[in-house]
Design a protein around this ligand. Structure first.
Ligand code: ZN
Length: 303
């Protein structure tokens, strides 16, 4: 009996070792949404689909009470997650959630700031440090400088004026400004993004850590006439933070070109892994867009 127990236990240990070395347990993440001036039911579902279809991530969706409702019951247990996707632009969270979020980020949590999440919370100082650049919500010179790319470097421009605008949606070329960051390593230096808004004239504390992509905002489309920073990491405590200004949600999962863009989906997938682990193991996919041609994944599935 004694012998049986021993071999049973060692068998258990062996199978546990085999299980842990052979299985790739999906990395747990949470999408925070529920209020947005955008179509959040579509954006949150699209993000969940593209991340989970890779087999690399398992996603929860934390949906806040509706705008104007009592927010006091809204909470997220950040300790359960390797990364957080912010798809939220609405009423302030309860103070306990603010504190829990800041503690999570300072302690090394991963955060993807997605599209209009950088419109949120203009008056919350720490949040604005985490996003580095924000727009709308009466942001102005008091929010921080305009930040854009000029003559081979980032410029901080303290000219007074409103923060945040965009011209008409169009396809545009993404220009990489970094060749070594895990999120864009191996990807082409220039690629065409599907029809989307191009956020410009953003302002904030502006402490960009690694600038990954900029794009030209043409005046003829209603843009700033500047090379705008659209994807970058931010230093805040030990957090791994990446800000992705792309991805305006469409009317439905089917009518959603900015989020169907293979380039956008690859950025989200790689950013999620980097946020969760500090590394990216994903290969460059066969359908990645080129400088000349947009590439879509209408099924939100990786290639
Ligand atoms: Zn938008």
């Amino acid at each position: 009996m004694k012998h049986l127990c021993k071999s049973f236990i060692s068998g258990m240990i062996l199978s546990a070792v085999i299980f842990s070395s052979c299985s790739h347990k999906p990395l747990p993440g949470v999408i925070i949404t529920g209020q947005n001036n955008h179509n959040w039911p579509v954006s949150s579902e699209a993000i969940k689909l593209m991340l989970e279809n890779s087999g690399l991530f398992s996603m929860d969706v934390a949906i806040s009470p509706s705008a104007g409702e009592d927010m006091s019951s809204f909470s997220v247990d950040f300790s359960k997650y390797k990364f957080v996707v912010l798809d939220y632009n609405g009423d302030r969270w309860p103070e306990t959630m603010d504190e829990a979020f800041l503690e999570y980020v300072r302690g090394g949590g991963g955060v993807i700031i997605y599209h209009a999440a950088d419109n949120a919370f203009p008056e919350w100082e720490e949040y604005n440090k985490i996003i580095a650049l924000g727009g709308w919500g009466d942001r102005n010179e008091d929010s921080g400088p305009y930040v854009y790319w000029k003559d081979g470097g980032l410029v901080k421009d303290t000219t007074p004026g409103p923060g945040g605008s965009h011209g008409a949606r169009h396809e545009y070329v993404m220009n990489s400004r970094d060749r070594v960051h895990p999120v864009l390593k191996g990807l082409p230096e220039r690629w065409k993004h599907a029809e989307d808004e191009l956020y410009d004239r953003m302002r904030g504390p502006g402490d960009i850590k690694d600038l990954l992509y900029t794009a030209w905002a043409p005046v003829e489309k209603g843009g700033s006439g500047r090379e705008e920073p659209l994807v970058f990491t931010v230093g805040y405590g030990k957090g791994r933070i990446i800000h992705i200004m792309l991805g305006h949600a469409g009317d439905s999962l089917e009518d959603n070109p900015a989020m169907q863009c293979a380039g956008f989906q690859v950025l989200m997938l790689r950013s999620a892994e980097w946020c969760a682990t500090g590394n990216v193991t994903q290969k460059v996919p066969v359908d990645f867009p080129t400088e000349a041609e947009v590439s879509l994944r209408p099924d939100y599935k990786p290639r």
